[in-house]
Design a protein around this ligand. Sequence first.
Ligand code: ZN
Length: 428
Amino acid sequence: MGIRVIICSLLVIMVTLSSCSKKISTAINSTTTVNSDASMKKPYVILISLDGFRWDYVDRFNPPNLSAFIKTGVKSESLIPSFPSKTFPNHYTIATGMYPDKHGIIGNTFYSYDKNSVYRIRDRKVVEDGDFYRGSPIWIQANKANMVTASYFFVGSEADIQGIKPTYYYNYDGNVKNETRVDQALKWLQMPEKKRPHMITMYFSDMDRVGHRFGPNNDEKLIERLLELDLVLGNLFDGVSKTGLPVNIVIVSDHGMLEVPFEKYIPIEDLMNDELYMTINNGVIVNIHPKDNSNMNTIYNDLKNREENFKVYKTKNTPNFEYVPKDKNWGTIQIIPDEGYFFSTRARIVAAKEESRTISGQHGFDPKLKEMHGVFYANGPTLKEGYVIPSIKNIHIYPLLCEILGLEIPDNIDGNLNEIKSVLQNKQ
Ligand SMILES: [Zn+2]
């Protein structure tokens, strides 16, 4: 063996070693596949989101399985969403304990200055891009504690946030049957202890879809869907209790629903001016991004003069927020429809007319509007029985989940454990 070969081999070994040590240093940011001994001793949490499940549905329709679940568990009078009370901002608030302004998912659609692109919930590329998501969602917080996690759908779970995804997860596909999701969750709980997820998220869109289509006052349509969903949840509750594991099931919804007749739809095209500004419409809040900020006051005054069933604000003066919005991705001007009005496209308004539809359900409005409120129900060995608390904000769910799983609560969140900890056994 010549000296050159030895040197070459040494180089190869050195390169291999350095790439190994690199792998070890990035291991902190990689997905946990095996529970640590400490994590194996922790209880389990299944976080279930029922999209668009309004606070009053259980009392109105008495679904048997959910009603029994609440009776032997805890609930809040309602769950108060964060503004705007849209699906993506609120799921990610529940997952992180932060207001949208802090976690970055400020709408179902928004413009990002850093990425110079528009985030849209149906665009796979941006939805899976971890750069859009700030904060440490619950599965990442668990991952950091060497805890195995799983997700059968949740906003953010498909993105490589901080380089991490849940240990087991699926890309969103609304066609996957609810039964399939439940079966998989039960299979996860039957895995060997080392690989068994302690933090599981699930998502069911049924009540949102029926609420949009028929409005929240169509009892006949709502009850039909609700009873189907209740049956699936009942199977989950039964299956979980058969495992004998200490599982806490936490059920939340992202928002409620308000009946909006189509005659109260405002065509967004009326307010657009692509030469002067970009218009991002979320139905209940329209973000205006002037192309040249020196035109801001002219644009503001012009829009202000056209106020009709809507109001125009400079971003910092916009009502409905529980904080002064700081994220520049909101843009500098906001247009807010009056209560019960909604911005949509002219094409959609025409289509509704052609189908002779008169009623729809919408959300996104001011969280102070009770119709926008969702639910918080929970049941499990770590929680009290038959205990009710007043309405709470959805920023407080995250610290509760951290506490149940014994995870560190990040100090930069908006939620506060003290606001919700009375639902825990042995806590006031
Ligand atoms: Zn919705």
